[in-house]
Write a protein that binds this ligand. Structure first.
Ligand SMILES: [Zn+2]
Length: 298
């Protein structure tokens, strides 16, 4: 019995001891400071040096030797944008008044009416040039100023000439200009050359004095040649028969030397326009006869 009592006491004491040990034991698995695994301290795979504050704190608490973190260079404080000076109120550029296009210099100044011809056509003077019935007239009576220079064959004359050449070509006739516009200076030289060679009286029958040449108007053309034989060629006959249809006239016809003041020139045509060339052809009159004017040097 005594042994049983001792055993019971021993068991009771042992049970107390056992229970007391259980109450002080701290489970290791619950520690918040568990040493991190190797994985958790591995530098990020990206290798970036930017370790966050939380990560650094964790390493410190766990006793890991922190990798020296290079302090990031402070972001340079950007210079504040200069406050732009307020643009002064732009002074509006004055809108230039559009320069009006100057009126084109009129081809002819206002005409000065000076009378009528014997056939009733009005005679007008514009810038020293004589217009009769609206037509620029140049002969031995009427001249051009030395300054008059249309710059070449006029466009209307050229157009008519090319149209005539095309029509003639269709008939197998070739035309070309051997002389059309001549300047006052060229006519001066040409006339003086003839005077020196043939004398003034003869030269005046076939060459105009300076300012009296129709060639200065840009409306006259010498076609192909300047020989009288031209009249009996196919070209000469075609010209005499058809030039009128294109506004040209044979300006110095045969047998009219006393009226026009110049010898017969079957090659010399003058552009007047069909309004006048057709009546002239039908009447058989010269320009002087039709208009009622003369052609005599003063
Ligand atoms: Zn001529």
């Amino acid at each position: 019995m005594k042994i049983l009592k001792k055993t019971a006491i021993f068991l009771i004491i042992s049970a107390f001891v056992f229970l007391a040990g259980c109450s002080t034991k701290t489970p290791a698995a619950s520690s918040e400071t568990e040493t991190p695994t190797a994985e958790s301290v591995t530098e990020p795979a990206t290798g970036t040096a930017a370790v966050t504050e939380t990560e650094r704190a964790t390493e410190t608490e766990t006793g890991t030797v922190p990798t020296p973190v290079t302090e990031p260079a402070p972001e340079p404080i950007p210079e504040p944008d200069p406050i732009p000076e307020p643009d002064p109120e732009p002074i509006p550029e004055p809108i230039p008044e559009p320069t009006p296009e100057p009126d084109p210099v009129p081809e002819t100044a206002p005409a000065e009416f000076v009378g009528y011809t014997s056939k009733g056509f009005p005679i007008e003077i514009r810038d020293g040039r004589t217009y009769i019935g609206g037509l620029l007239i140049v002969n031995k009576t009427y001249s051009l100023p030395s300054s008059y220079d249309p710059g070449g064959m006029t466009s209307e004359c050229a157009s008519a000439f090319y149209a005539m050449c095309a029509a003639a070509s269709a008939d197998g006739i070739g035309f070309y200009s051997i002389s059309d516009y001549r300047s006052y200076a060229l006519q001066t030289w040409l006339y003086q050359t003839y005077v020196d060679r043939d004398g003034r009286e003869l030269a005046d029958t076939f060459s105009a004095r300076p300012g009296h040449s129709e060639h200065q108007t840009g409306l006259a053309i010498d076609v192909n040649t300047t020989t009288l034989a031209f009249a009996d060629t196919a070209e000469g006959r075609w010209l005499a028969a058809h030039c009128w249809d294109y506004g040209f006239i044979i300006r110095y016809p045969a047998g009219k030397e006393g009226v026009t003041g110049f010898q017969y020139e079957p090659w010399h045509i003058r552009y007047v326009g069909t309004w006048l060339s057709i009546p002239l052809r039908d009447s058989g009159l010269t320009l002087e006869e039709y208009l009622g004017i003369d052609s005599v040097y003063n």
